[in-house]
Design a protein. Structure first.
Length: 334
């Protein structure tokens, strides 16, 4: 009588079944769009290297990369500075006094209320105006008016003091890179200030109280306890703002600033090669955005590495009421 074949191991069957299911799932979740973009980018790169038309267009547009990067980085740093100041002010709205205050404290409270309302109006207005409109108003209205005011007052005063009528007027054109930096910075500063404010308000109030209990002032608490944790929480959206600023820098073409888009606009108008020109423009912006996204992701990974909590924050956490360490409960079954 023939012997029966051995029964297959149940765990082995389950493992093989899971392996087949995982391979099938990978086919559904495979990032086909990345493959498409990589193939398209390789084809366009080959065209730039081998085709004379694409090569000439690329050599012309490469001159605008430095302007695009300069305006983006300078605007982002300025906007981040504005966002931190406005975010700190708006994260702590003024409360009515609990008792009678001295005259000095009353004046400081009035100034604080005024500063809070100014910041609130700034955020509300700038978030409601398109970036292109801000660029046009800054370049064609604000900058010329400010330049004429400085030339008619400050420069004239310097000429009278120096007794030198040959001192030249201030030259500040609305189509300069400084104008673009100012316009982008004040616009993005309003959006980023709300991100910073949300990050500050995400820190438990107990840490503020614990910092005050050990004698730290409000600004010391912000600088050493709150802001480091807040920036760690809001780093992803702040990084996305930098990527968005690189793309929005293409609006500089409306001011005539020679960035990538403006050079492409003038070049395609002369050669009538719109398809080739704007294909290279899209390729260059996509490359810049991918590089910026990679840098932002590396920074996020570096910040999110598990590390020992700083001694100051551990000490403050131990002072927070209601956060005492619970002792293990041992039950007896005697």
């Amino acid at each position: 009588m023939p012997s029966r074949p051995p029964e297959p191991d149940l765990e082995q069957v389950i493992a093989e079944s899971r392996g087949r299911a995982m391979r099938l799932a990978r086919l559904y979740t495979l990032p086909y769009w990345i493959i498409f973009l990589v193939i398209l980018g390789i084809l366009l790169a080959i065209s730039i290297l081998t085709d004379k038309v694409y090569s000439n267009i690329f050599n012309q547009l490469i001159d605008g990369v430095s302007m695009t990067l300069f305006v983006s980085i300078a605007s982002y740093v300025t906007a981040l500075t504005i966002a931190v100041v406005v975010g700190i002010v708006r994260s702590n709205p003024p409360a009515p006094p609990q008792s009678r205050e001295s005259r000095r404290k009353g004046i400081l409270r009035i100034l604080r209320i005024g500063l809070y309302n100014v910041c609130t109006v700034y955020v509300s207005v700038m978030r409601g105006i398109p970036i292109l409109v801000v660029l046009l108003v800054t370049g064609f209205i604000v900058v010329p008016a400010l330049r004429d005011l400085i030339n008619s007052t400050l420069v004239e005063g310097v000429r009278d003091l120096a007794n030198d009528p040959e001192i030249p007027d201030l030259i500040w054109r609305g189509s300069s890179a400084g104008t673009a930096v100012v316009a982008l910075a004040i616009t993005y500063g309003a959006y980023m200030s709300e991100t910073v404010r949300a990050g500050i308000q995400s820190i438990p109030k107990g840490q503020f109280e614990a910092a005050y209990s050990v004698g730290m002032t409000y600004w010391q608490t912000m600088r050493t306890v709150v802001l480091p944790q807040a920036f760690r929480n809001v780093l992803p959206p702040l990084g996305n703002d930098f990527v968005a600023m690189i793309k929005d820098s293409s609006l500089l073409a409306f001011l005539g600033i020679r960035d990538i888009t403006q050079i492409a606009k003038t070049s395609s108008g002369r050669s009538f090669r719109y398809v080739e020109t704007y294909a290279v423009v899209a390729y260059m912006y996509l490359t810049l955005v991918i590089m910026a996204t990679t840098v932002v992701n590396l920074i996020e990974d570096t910040v999110n590495i598990e590390r020992e909590t700083p001694r100051l924050i551990r000490r403050l956490s131990s002072l927070v009421p209601g956060k005492k360490k619970r002792e293990p409960v041992v039950e007896s079954f005697d």
